[in-house]
Design a protein around this ligand. Structure first.
Ligand code: NAI
Ligand code: MG
Length: 358
């Protein structure tokens, strides 16, 4: 891997994905100019629009095309007119699975300048990670429907938890907790209601915990855990969950810090056998698409996580510092954060902050 030129596959996707990705690219380039890093971007127009034209979200050899890149930078996919399970199973899930991106890492942080919907929380109070299992669990296509269209319809949907898949995500979360000051891991479960998989999950957490004596571990059923995100977000440090529970928690967490639009999501293949994929948490936002007011910060933060993953922490830090300084100035904020700036203005402010940083 030649670190001075990074080859990125760019998939802007649908809706506001096409508005925020170019802004993220400009921010990365600005940081690159500071740190001697160049980007070679290759753009793919795979999206719901492509689906309408070709019947596919991406070409048959799409995975093979992507495999040559250092990383994938994704906006959002999904748009009215194409059922969400088609867009998800036609692009996002195949990429996550083919490239064994089994960690979905989503930071949750309360920044100065962003109005917090929880009363009395200060910047710094909320600072944790959700670690979500990203390739198995509840998100499976195994199951079926029988006696369809009759009163006797039977639907089954299988969850799959493998020993390998469960252990590796739990270990990743323990390693992350071990590396942080609080060294505190919380596990999301529902072993009171879900009879097989969740007691199994709890058992794996308990066994793996023995190898991490310094990490404080607790577990919560998913229902009270969601309540605790709202009641006491400052309690959490690293939270690990299955695919479904992690998905829910990783939208709720950022929402507790003011807006999901600044939250990033890293789909990581920790072994670096395959490219990892970085995207904002939010979707294509059809309700505001085309208006030029989407918040690009989730995409910029995703870009920062991409730099961290590729072993360029100084690039990551440049982008994060710029984001923090821009958020402190109300004039730069987009409407979702209570401001009046548009996508391009906020992006330009981030670029300026990178350029003017010491
Ligand atoms: P969404 O995240 O697109 O929108 C939810 C709400 O948040 C909307 O009111 C939207 O205007 C607002 N919002 C989202 N991002 C924003 C931003 N950057 N700036 C300002 N406001 C923002 O979620 P929704 O509506 O559930 O899904 C819309 C489409 O996106 C669906 O087709 C869905 O499948 C897809 N989607 C794709 C994802 C991905 O590509 N990873 C993730 C989530 C949804
Ligand atoms: Mg989600």
């Amino acid at each position: 891997l030649n670190m001075s030129t990074i080859k990125i596959a760019v998939i802007p996707g649908d809706g506001i994905g096409k508005e925020v990705i170019p802004v993220g690219m400009r921010a990365l380039e600005a940081a690159g100019r500071k740190h001697g890093v160049e980007f070679e971007w290759t753009e793919f127009n795979w999206s719901c629009e492509t689906y309408h034209q070709t019947g596919r979200m991406m070409p048959e050899d799409g995975i093979e095309q992507l495999s040559k890149f250092d990383a994938i930078y994704l906006g959002a996919v999904g748009f009215p007119g194409v059922p969400d399970h088609i867009s998800l199973w036609g692009l996002l899930l195949p990429i996550r699975r083919a490239f064994d991106q089994y960690v979905n890492l989503r930071p949750v942080r309360l920044f100065e300048g962003v109005p917090c919907p929880l009363v009395g929380k200060q910047p710094g109070d909320i600072d944790f990670y959700v670690v979500r299992e990203n390739v198995e669990g509840e998100y499976s296509s195994i199951g079926g429907i029988q006696y369809e269209g009759t009163e006797h319809e039977i639907v089954s949907q299988q969850s799959l938890f493998t020993r390998r898949g469960t252990d590796r995500i739990i270990k990743y979360a323990f390693d992350l907790a071990q590396s942080r000051a609080k060294k505190h891991l919380s596990s999301a479960t529902k072993s009171n209601g879900i009879y097989h998989s969740m007691p199994y999950w709890d058992g794996r957490v308990a066994e793996i915990a023995q190898s991490y004596p310094e990490v404080n571990v607790d577990q919560f059923h998913i229902d009270i855990l969601t309540a605790n995100f709202v009641r006491m977000p400052e309690f959490f440090d690293v939270v690990v969950g299955s695919n479904l529970f992690g998905d829910i928690l990783s939208d709720l967490g950022p929402a507790c810090t003011g807006t999901i639009a600044i939250a990033p999501s890293a789909n990581i293949n920790p072994e670096k056998t395959f490219p990892s994929m970085f995207e904002p948490v939010h979707g294509s936002a059809p309700d505001i698409a085309g208006q030029g007011i989407a918040n690009p910060l989730g995409t910029i933060w995703a870009g920062a996580m991409m730099m961290q993953h590729l072993g360029l922490p100084e690039m990551h830090d440049s982008l994060m510092q710029a984001m923090e300084s821009v958020l402190r100035e109300a004039e730069h904020l987009t409407p979702d954060m209570g401001g009046q700036a548009n996508t391009l203005a906020l992006g330009a402010a981030v670029v300026a902050a990178i350029e003017h940083a010491a």
